[in-house]
Design a protein around this ligand. Structure first.
Ligand SMILES: Nc1ncnc2c1ncn2[C@@H]1O[C@H](COP(=O)(O)OP(=O)(O)O)[C@@H](O)[C@H]1O
Ligand SMILES: [Mg+2]
Length: 260
């Protein structure tokens, strides 16, 4: 049996809204992600997906509950938990190569691992763009560089917060394939936040559906058909229909009653 990589137990996160009232972004979240698993989190805007990912990253702390990675409590950010944002967040003043090397330099291990830079550059298909600056490459390429910048730290888990959200559909499909290729090659545990149902089905072992106010996990679905998955295939389309129905039900609110 595989090890549990990430374990989220009874996690609640309450923010304060602009009026000073409590805003329950997450209520009693329980989630286990196994080592090497690819899990997608899907749900409408504002249901707490980013909040959950930030907690797993150690960028924030919950009011209640615990989060662990390989049994160790998550208290602060660590290169063990890579984070890729919707906007790539590359350093604009550094070349692609130097962006990818940034983590190694910060940890003062660049000298020993110099060779890794070209390895990870190749892994994401950016050979030939070593000396380019972020503004000189496309959005899809910048996201690949951001993924390489995280992966070079050999994280146990890669957290991806809608990394393909800002890309056109061709670039998006291309990056999805690249992500699958990397996942198969490296076996990194992946947790992907997306609002794209097709993307979740195409990539994941398991899909977690969240519902808002308060943010909760409403459903977990296993995707057990083999890769490569065909977006027009019967299994794909059936699962797509099931998920869309669940998301639709999740967002349906009781109609307000009016008395005149
Ligand atoms: N720092 C914050 N302070 C107050 N409210 C926040 C903060 N961050 C997020 N929220 C609120 O918490 C809820 C969940 O947000 P978020 O996790 O960003 O959702 P998602 O990523 O699913 O769109 C939203 O209602 C959002 O407005
Ligand atoms: Mg978000």
């Amino acid at each position: 049996m595989s090890k549990n990589a990430v374990e989220v137990t009874g996690v609640t996160r309450i923010y304060t809204d602009v009026h000073g009232n409590p805003l329950e972004a997450l209520r009693d979240i329980n989630l286990t992600v196994n080592e090497g698993e690819f899990v997608s989190i899907i749900g409408s805007s504002g249901c707490g997906k980013t909040t959950l990912l930030r907690l797993i990253a150690g960028l924030d702390r919950p009011q209640a509950g615990t989060l662990t990675l390989n049994g160790e409590i998550i208290e602060k950010p660590s290169p063990e938990r890579g984070y890729v944002f919707q906007q790539h967040g590359l350093f604009p003043w550094l070349t692609v190569e130097k962006n990818i090397a940034a983590g190694l330099k910060a940890r003062r291990i660049y000298r020993q691992h110099k060779g890794d830079v070209s390895e990870y550059l190749n892994l994401v298909g950016l050979e030939g763009f070593e000396r380019s600056y972020p503004h000189q490459i496309s959005g899809g390429m910048a996201q690949r560089a951001a993924i390489a910048r995280s992966l070079i730290n050999r994280p146990a888990v890669l957290l991806l917060d809608e990394p393909m959200g800002a890309l056109d559909s061709f670039t998006r499909a291309d990056l999805q394939d690249k992500l699958l290729e990397i996942w198969k090659a490296n076996g990194t545990t992946m947790i992907l936040v997306t609002h794209d149902v097709d993307e979740a089905i195409y990539l994941s072992d398991r899909i977690v559906i969240m519902t808002p106010r308060p943010g909760k996990i409403s459903e977990e679905l296993i995707v057990d058909f083999p890769h490569p998955r065909h977006r027009g295939g019967v299994e794909f389309l059936n699962l797509r229909r099931v998920i869309l129905e669940k998301l639709h039900l999740a967002s349906a609110r009781p109609q307000p009653e009016y008395t005149i």
